[in-house]
Write a protein that binds this ligand. Structure first.
Ligand code: MN
Length: 198
């Protein structure tokens, strides 16, 4: 039987301070993500979803009209993927720089930051701002709730979780400050560069 377990982080819960607190990480990774994993394992029990990878669960449940729990399965599976991607794409002041391919696609480092920040601060409600490869093009897009590029045949390159649980403990309503700190201090551009090769 396929049972998903919590994925490890490449840093400690206090490893992103002061830009993301230990308390936020304990709640976000230790409680929210743990609940998505628990829900998913329960929902897929004794279904064909038990036999396939997380990636296949997401792709299949997005189009599943048979299983009455398909939407719940999709939401929980996509949230597991989205958070794994988000947490693995960060480190604190780990250096690196915006890859040339991204800077070139958006007219420079600053233009990329401006456009990403504009998208992330304007996303209404819960969701993620993503940098994706869609066909040959790099695009910054907002997706609501648990939605994820892999359900739309796009390649994820970078994502920022702007659900309130991602920043409210540390920034309250100041989402713009959270986005700035993310871009200036938390993005692991080496991981982003690796994702560009996919
Ligand atoms: Mn989250």
């Amino acid at each position: 039987m396929f049972t998903l377990t919590q994925f490890p982080l490449p840093y400690a819960y206090d490893g992103l301070m002061p830009y993301m607190s230990r308390e936020t990480m304990e709640l976000h990774h230790g409680k929210h993500v743990a609940t998505y994993i628990k829900n998913l394992n329960e929902l897929i029990q004794n279904t064909p979803y038990e036999q396939v990878s997380l990636y296949e669960i997401i792709k299949t449940s997005a189009k599943d009209t048979q299983n009455p729990n398909a939407q719940k399965i999709f939401n929980n599976a996509a949230q597991v993927f989205n958070h794994d991607f988000f947490f693995n794409g960060m480190c604190r002041d780990c250096g690196g720089k915006i890859p040339d391919e991204i800077a070139n696609a958006f007219g420079g480092d600053d233009k990329f930051r401006e456009q990403f920040k504009s998208a992330a601060t304007s996303l209404f409600g819960s969701g993620y701002t993503w940098l994706v490869r869609d066909g040959d093009a790099l695009k910054i897009i907002n997706m609501a709730n648990a939605d994820t590029p892999i359900a739309h045949n796009m390649v994820p390159i970078l994502n920022l979780d702007v659900w309130e649980h991602a920043y409210y403990v540390d920034y309250q309503n100041r989402r713009a400050e959270f986005v700035d700190n993310y871009l200036d201090h938390l993005v692991n551009w080496d991981v982003v560069a690796e994702n560009l090769k996919n």
